[in-house]
Write a protein that binds this ligand. Sequence first.
Ligand SMILES: CC(C)(COP(=O)(O)OP(=O)(O)OC[C@H]1O[C@@H](n2cnc3c(N)ncnc32)[C@H](O)[C@@H]1OP(=O)(O)O)[C@@H](O)C(=O)NCCC(=O)NCCS
Length: 155
Amino acid sequence: MLISDYEQSKMSQGIRQLFLEIYPDDPSLAEKMNFNENRVRHICTKVAMINGKIVGQANVFSFKGRPDIANLGYHIHPDYRNQGIGEKLSKATIDKVKNTALSILLIRTELKNIGSIKLARKLGFTEPTNEFQKANEELISSDNIKEMICMVLDL
Ligand SMILES: CC(C)(COP(=O)(O)OP(=O)(O)OC[C@H]1O[C@@H](n2cnc3c(N)ncnc32)[C@H](O)[C@@H]1OP(=O)(O)O)[C@@H](O)C(=O)NCCC(=O)NCCS
């Protein structure tokens, strides 16, 4: 497996394919994830490749008006899950953003997404303190996710 920095100009097709195969019911996601890496608030995206095929993507975007806090997202092709790819890819992405303006990473995921929660814990994410939750309520909630859990990692 090869982990490399995402470059839209070289990976557009592979990224679209990956997200279409992960989320076949929502093709708009494939377009959304085919973003330009110079886009505002984009900090880092890495991809995992096996035999030239993109099998996973992990991305970090800071929140609007908060250059110190960012969201980590990770997505692995269904055929390549439970092989440690999510963990390796996420670790490489976290390492890359350690020496930036960021001090905290968030993961927001559905309560029923056991795999995502287990991976977050393996990466060192923990449930935020009440104090953090109160101060960052608007970051923690998401309109798209109903029963959600938020976990944080100090960089
Ligand atoms: C969540 C996801 C990224 C995990 O990727 P992955 O490559 O399968 O994860 P890994 O193989 O690195 O596994 C990491 C740990 O999580 C565990 N795990 C992964 N999926 C699991 C599942 N469905 N149920 C229980 N445990 C799971 C693994 O066993 C491993 O723990 P262990 O080493 O103690 O056994 C992947 O399932 C995925 O892409 N899901 C769909 C997209 C998604 O929900 N992303 C999160 C949105 S916020």
